[in-house]
Design a protein around this ligand. Structure first.
Ligand SMILES: [Zn+2]
Length: 185
């Protein structure tokens, strides 16, 4: 049994009528509040408002990030579940790896800086090529994660200084390759 008090009116709605008369009255009152209601100031602590605004901004940021339709956006989402103000990347190599934007012929070719997306080893070379498979960076290869483990793998990478150094060295070599290719153009 649903009982609603609305002002001085008393409505009693029996089983079988729940969701009909009672809900209609609730809807009417809600509509009335939006059209004839007056602004009410509800005091709230500054910390509460700050927390609420912060939550809303992060939600908006995440919504935008999830819908961002680009190759690099999709790549980043493979490695990161969501955005967070607590997660800031300072390493240039990590940014290059995540975004795919860096000293990689495949990337430079997109912007017409190089004519070919191929590495001197003959394969198409993007960030993954130098990180996981190019013969020139073999000494610094990282183990390629399965698709299902990319996020866990990346969390391990950002806390693993040895792996980060390997990435840095691999991209130093790829930078050298790009330099030699751009000079040859
Ligand atoms: Zn290569």
């Amino acid at each position: 049994m649903l009982v609603l008090w609305l002002g001085r009116e008393f409505y009693k709605v029996k089983h079988g009528h729940v969701g009909i008369q009672g809900n209609e009255l609730a809807d009417q009152q809600a509509k009335l509040a939006t059209t004839t209601g007056v602004d009410t100031i509800i005091p709230a602590p500054r910390s509460y408002v700050k927390r609420l605004l912060n939550k809303l901004m992060i939600k908006e940021w995440n919504d935008y990030w999830r819908q961002y339709n680009s190759t690099s956006g999709a790549r980043v989402r493979d490695y990161l579940e969501h955005v967070s103000p607590k997660f800031l990347i300072h390493s240039k190599c990590l940014i290059s790896f995540l975004s795919g934007h860096g000293p990689f012929p495949f990337y430079l070719c997109r912007f017409k800086i190089l004519d070919s997306p191929l590495c001197v080893c003959g394969q198409v070379c993007d960030a993954d090529h130098y990180t996981f498979s190019c013969s020139l960076t073999q000494k610094f290869h990282l183990v390629k994660p399965a698709d299902a483990h990319k996020r866990a793998w990346f969390q391990n990478l950002i806390n693993n200084s040895q792996a980060l150094n390997k990435l840095k060295e691999a991209f130093r070599i790829s930078g050298g390759v790009c330099d030699s290719l751009t000079q040859a153009v």
